[in-house]
Write a protein that binds this ligand. Structure first.
Ligand SMILES: Nc1ncnc2c1ncn2[C@@H]1O[C@H](COP(=O)(O)OP(=O)(O)OP(=O)(O)O)[C@@H](O)[C@H]1O
Ligand SMILES: [Mg+2]
Length: 600
């Protein structure tokens, strides 16, 4: 409590007033005493001088003879109650010849207790001397003594006038004054403490207010405002505080807004982000980063970045970056079946040095897949075209080398060359069609078509091929199936492709059913066979370009592996789809789904 400004203020006030009162008191008392003593001294001196002046007896040179007269003079002189006058004659042993103190007359001046022998000795040397001496008859009382030498005509000291005066009343007055001053001091101190309390309160009140509100601010409540009651320094402090609060509030909410914005970006961005300091500790990792690398917040706190990432890719570890001195770049990181591009860049610390680096992990699995597919496709195209070219070239060379002479052999060779050319032609035609479908260059002649009619035409076209393999090919179309709305040639190509696949990949004497019905707002054409089927692992890749389950077999059957991808793309261009269900060695079911006329 006594540490507070209020109490310090009161104590300082108290001490100041106390010291001032004590100094003033001592000074006044001293001056008062000096004034009174001087006054008494002057009066005594005046009295002595006037006695000498008016008394002829004292003026006479032979005091011994006029003793009685001198004594009479003394009786006549009006002396104060407490004043004692002694006439001392200067003989070998100075004695008192007259006095208003009857006991003193005739006594040896040196030995008379009421007088001071030292003063007498000094005065007899020709000096007027005075002193304040302790009173004989009053305890603690004081008397003023004055010894005044008197000269005869030839200038010799004939005696002394020795006067004493009791100073009791002076000291009583001084004591009285001291008591008044003490009381005044006490009263002043009381008022000081009282006023000091209120003045201090008026000063410390607003400061306390600021302190309390600053404490609340420290706890996070920034909506604090202090009342500005004056325009003095404290008022300025209060308004400065308010200004500061407002500024702080504004800045903090801006910072908070920015932070939450950043947090949201970090949390919801599709890429994983990890920040690492130069000690290799992970400073921050967003939820995506945690899920990519299957980490928990605990792992982040306990593990070093390099421990986690060196098995994945050495080139993004802190150790490697430090060694190379290259803090910016990108690397691929494979996690299971996913591929991430790790882009890293340094960040600076408050001393403008490298404080660590941030790595952003971007999922490039799809991109990478597409890239691989593209490369695979180019390789496939080249391979598919190279095979017939090689065959043609070797047969042509053999012919040139003489085989042409053998007519039967030449015809056989030329027919191989012819069929390989057809094959190349087919591949190029299919690729061209795919490219047109990719770039949406195909012009569709969309119109209402009777599905029944389309299917019957296709059935007729494929019948021969099925008969050749002694397969039973059956068509069943639901009654009242609605028309489809499509391009006739496109849809026919799709249906023929699927039926021809069923025939191709079903052994002799197999059974192929073509069933058409309406399901919800779609027409579904199911081509069902009991052929070789497709293994499960190949099923998901079956629509990829050039993908064939058994390349050699398919090629032997004249397939290029483009048929299904073309069919699917045509179906999709008609807002339809193709779905395949298959069981290896049991059979395959292909659904061609097309929108019916009403729903278009
Ligand atoms: N009904 C089916 N039964 C079993 N396998 C099939 C069937 N349909 C397709 N496949 C498999 O899917 C692969 C891809 O078929 P796709 O029609 O795309 O090519 P293809 O028939 O080999 O050649 P083409 O381009 O001449 O049609 C085939 O090679 C075959 O392995
Ligand atoms: Mg096919």
């Amino acid at each position: 409590m006594f540490k507070s400004i209020r109490w310090k203020f009161i104590v300082v006030y108290f001490l100041l007033v106390f010291i001032a009162m004590v100094i003033v008191g001592v000074f006044i008392i001293e001056k008062f005493e000096e004034y009174h003593i001087n006054q008494i001294t002057d009066t005594m001196e005046e009295r002595v001088k006037s006695i000498i002046k008016i008394s002829s007896a004292i003026q006479s040179d032979s005091w011994e003879e006029v003793k009685e007269d001198i004594q009479n003079t003394i009786r006549q002189v009006p002396l104060g109650n407490t004043e004692r006058l002694y006439i001392i004659i200067n003989t070998d042993i100075p004695s008192i010849i007259a006095s208003n103190n009857s006991k003193a007359v005739g006594e040896n001046a040196y030995e008379f207790k009421a007088l001071n022998s030292k003063l007498i000795i000094d005065a007899l040397k020709g000096k007027k001397v005075d002193a304040i001496l302790p009173s004989l008859d009053k305890l603690n009382g004081k008397d003023k003594h004055l010894a005044y030498p008197v000269y005869d005509e030839v200038g010799k000291i004939k005696g002394l006038l020795y006067i004493t005066s009791d100073l009791t009343y002076v000291y009583d007055t001084i004591d009285e004054s001291k008591s008044i001053l003490t009381k005044a001091t006490l009263l002043a101190l009381f008022i000081t403490v009282f006023l000091g309390f209120f003045i201090a309160k008026s000063i410390t009140g607003p400061i306390n207010d600021v302190t309390i509100k600053a404490e609340k601010m420290a706890k996070g409540d920034f909506n604090q405002k202090v009342e500005v009651k004056s325009d003095d320094e404290i008022g300025q402090l209060a308004s400065m505080f308010n200004y500061l609060t407002e500024k702080l509030n504004k800045t903090l909410s801006e910072v908070y807004r920015e932070k939450s914005k950043m947090d949201t970006i970090f949390t919801y961005m599709a890429d994983g982000v990890i920040a690492v300091n130069t000690q290799g500790n992970i400073l921050h990792a967003n939820p995506i980063a945690l899920s990519i690398f299957n980490l928990t917040y605990k792992d982040i706190e306990s593990k070093k970045f390099d421990d986690i990432f060196s098995p994945l890719n050495e080139k993004i570890t802190l150790q490697y970056l430090k060694k190379e001195g290259k803090w910016e770049g990108n690397e691929l990181v494979e996690v299971g079946s996913e591929i991430y591009r790790a882009k890293y860049a340094p960040f600076k610390n408050d001393k403008n040095q490298i404080g660590g680096f941030i790595v952003v992990f971007q999922d490039v699995t799809e991109q990478q897949k597409l890239e691989n597919m593209r490369k695979e496709f180019v390789a496939n195209v080249s391979h598919e075209l190279k095979t017939p070219i090689t065959t043609i070239k070797s047969y042509a060379e053999t012919l040139l080398n003489g085989a042409i002479e053998d007519r039967d052999l030449a015809i056989q060779f030329l027919s191989v060359i012819n069929s390989e050319c057809d094959r190349m032609g087919r591949i190029v035609k299919d690729l061209l069609q795919l490219s047109n479908l990719d770039f949406k260059q195909t012009k569709w002649k969309i119109k209402s078509l009777s599905l029944k009619k389309v299917l019957e035409d296709a059935y007729m076209k494929m019948k021969m091929a099925a008969e050749e393999k002694k397969q039973s090919l059956n068509l069943s179309v639901e009654e009242n199936i609605p028309n489809i709305y499509a391009d006739k040639d496109g849809i026919e190509q799709v249906i023929l492709n699927i039926i021809s696949n069923a025939i191709k990949y079903t052994p002799d004497k197999g059974k192929i059913d073509i069933i058409a019905r309406k399901r919800e707002d779609k027409a579904v054409i199911t081509v069902k066979d009991n052929g070789i089927g497709i293994p499960k692992e190949d099923l998901k890749r079956i629509f990829e370009r050039f993908y064939r389950v058994d390349k050699a077999r398919s090629r032997a059957l004249g397939g290029t592996g483009l048929g299904l991808s073309i069919a699917k793309q045509i179906a999709e261009a008609h807002n339809g789809d193709i779905k395949i269900r298959s069981e290896y060695n049991k059979g395959t079911e292909v659904d061609i789904i097309l929108p019916v006329e009403d729903s278009v």
